[in-house]
Ligand binder design. Structure first.
Ligand code: UDP
Ligand code: MG
Length: 319
């Protein structure tokens, strides 16, 4: 069985076309399938549209979040509900064509348990494309995760990877990177990339920075270690400077002209320290999120057609 998971945040312009193209593609795979859409606190007509589609699509499950919890939390919620042997994630905006899914299934049938994709001829802004290349490079150097394009969300995971991810209960994590750590046989295949079918990207600069901090601190301790090494080196250099100034004062006499140089050095050291506190804070924040009892996301309702019945059940855990 194939499970397809789609996070949805204000995507009313894409849902109908997406579900249509997905259904045609999945039907051609000759396997059972389900499509799980997670409505991540949309404030447009996305939920109503999904429920409308569900009337003619019994394989469609709609998980409705209480508010916006972010794309990756939505995918995690999708994992909780997925029943498939292979679980596929795809964005709702049709930037990655659903028609590529059979290629992923083929690789899964060949024994791969993590099938990633990379975008050739990426159709995003110049800034997004190059910022993403830079983060790819940093991740490549600071972690043991090897993937060409971490940002491409059309991916397929074997069931055991999903089980492990649910078990770790790790919040705010970059899912492709997390999944990669549990994979045994990985492969990446190229896919086409298109401009958004409708609507705008849901990521502004702040959200992108947050996401990438999560990626780096979630997969690597290298920033902390680098900071410690630089800190050690700088304190050694500062000691040399202090000894030199002391000796100068004793043998040549007090100096006044060098005051601004000293200020410059001080500012440098202080800003370096502040950066270190920030990096340490990122990790402390992760620990805090991990140990806090707060749920990572809250599901308001799950809309699901019961087998063979027309009735739609509205499960609600907390409401
Ligand atoms: N998304 C979401 N919650 C959010 C932001 C995005 O569920 O808070 C969904 C969005 O609806 C889309 C996918 O995540 O299906 C990718 O978002 P987007 O296309 O805006 O990201 P980009 O392609 O710009 O990286
Ligand atoms: Mg997109």
């Amino acid at each position: 069985m194939i499970s397809v998971i789609i996070p949805i945040f204000n995507e009313e312009g894409n849902i109908t076309v997406l579900l249509k193209r997905l259904t045609t593609t999945l039907s051609s795979c000759r396997k059972n399938f389900e499509i799980i859409c997670i409505n991540d606190g949309s404030i447009d007509g996305s939920l109503a549209l999904l429920l409308e589609c569900q009337k003619s699509m019994p394989f469609l499950v709609v998980v409705d979040f209480y508010r916006n919890f972010g794309q990756h939390m939505a995918i995690l919620a999708g994992f909780e509900h997925a029943k498939g042997d292979v679980v596929i994630t795809i964005d709702a905006d049709l930037q990655n064509p659903p028609e590529a899914i059979p290629n992923l299934i083929e690789k899964f049938d060949q024994g791969y348990d993590y099938i990633g994709t990379f975008r050739h001829h990426r159709k995003d802004s110049f800034f997004r494309t190059y910022a993403s290349k830079m983060i790819n490079w940093i991740r490549e150097k600071t972690s043991h995760i090897r993937m060409v394009d971490q940002g491409c969300m059309l991916r397929a995971y074997g069931r055991h990877i999903i089980t492990q991810i649910i078990k770790t209960n790790d919040p705010c994590t970059f899912i492709p990177a997390l999944a990669h750590q549990f994979a045994t046989r990985t492969i990446e295949i190229p896919i086409d990339h298109f401009e958004r079918h409708s609507g705008e990207s849901k990521y502004n600069l702040y959200r992108l920075i947050r996401l990438n901090f999560d990626l780096i601190t979630g997969t690597s301790l290298v920033p902390l270690q680098l900071f410690t090494i630089c800190g050690g080196f700088l304190s050694l250099m500062s000691t040399v400077l202090v000894v030199y100034l002391l000796a100068r004062r004793l043998f040549i006499g007090p100096e006044v002209e060098g005051v601004f140089t000293l200020f410059a050095i001080m500012f440098f050291l202080i800003s370096f320290l502040i950066m270190g506190v920030g990096i340490a804070g990122e990790y402390v924040g992760r620990i805090f999120l991990n140990i806090s009892k707060k749920p990572h996301y809250i599901v308001k309702r799950v809309y699901k057609k019961l087998d063979g019945e027309e009735k739609i059940i509205k499960l609600s855990k907390d409401f």
